[in-house]
Ligand binder design. Structure first.
Ligand code: MN3
Length: 201
């Protein structure tokens, strides 16, 4: 059984870009909901649990067929949101080290990278995510539907924009583009840099 990680900042810390009410419901209800559903599966199948939740998809082949889609949805929802909260900070940060160098080499400039991720998130039809991932040491922008984790494609997610309506509808209603452009004000680039370093070790 896994536990819901606490936020490392207060629920209102990302105001005005992400509002407090959205944070409370998103973390305490939606994230908790994925976790509860995942833990229901683990209660019946305790061997599927891994020490590090990010490794849970290594057990995908052992998941009973009748709960496999439920497992993909809810394990994905759990690990996607574990990462999501950590990739934000009320402090202004910038990418550094080899991560910054690879961004410049791959995308030309950080603004181009932001645009690519924004485009992926904006063009995801229905619920899903736009992602920056590491694949074999390279940076790549992808999108996934529902709660499908990039880990299912053996890619390491560094940052994802959640474009489920629960992530923005209270404040932004149908204006997904406004939510996406606001989010760049609170991205924790220092954390992304450290994740990148770890992923290429
Ligand atoms: Mn969400």
């Amino acid at each position: 059984m896994y536990k819901l990680p606490n936020l490392e900042y207060t629920y209102d810390a990302l105001e005005p870009y992400i509002d407090k009410e959205t944070m409370v419901i998103h973390h305490d209800k939606h994230h908790q909901g994925y976790l509860n559903n995942l833990n229901d599966i683990l209660k019946e199948n305790p061997k599927l649990q891994t020490v590090d939740p990010e490794n849970i998809f290594s057990n995908l082949s052992k998941v009973p067929e009748d709960v496999k889609q439920k497992f993909i949805n809810n394990a994905g929802g759990f690990v996607n949101h574990n990462l999501f909260w950590k990739t934000f900070s009320p402090k202004t940060t910038t990418p550094d080290g080899s991560f910054k160098n690879l961004i410049d080499a791959t995308f030309g400039a950080i603004d181009n990278l932001k645009q690519k991720i924004s485009d992926a998130a904006l063009s995801q039809f229905g619920s899903g995510w736009g992602w920056l991932v590491v694949d074999s040491g390279k940076l790549e922008v992808i999108k996934t539907a529902n709660q499908d984790s990039p880990l299912l494609q053996n890619k390491t997610p560094l940052f994802g924009i959640d474009v489920w309506e629960h992530a923005y509808y209270l404040k932004y209603q149908n204006r997904r583009a406004d939510y996406i452009s606001a989010i760049w004000n609170v991205v924790n680039w220092e954390y992304l840099s450290s994740l990148f370093e770890k992923s290429v070790k």
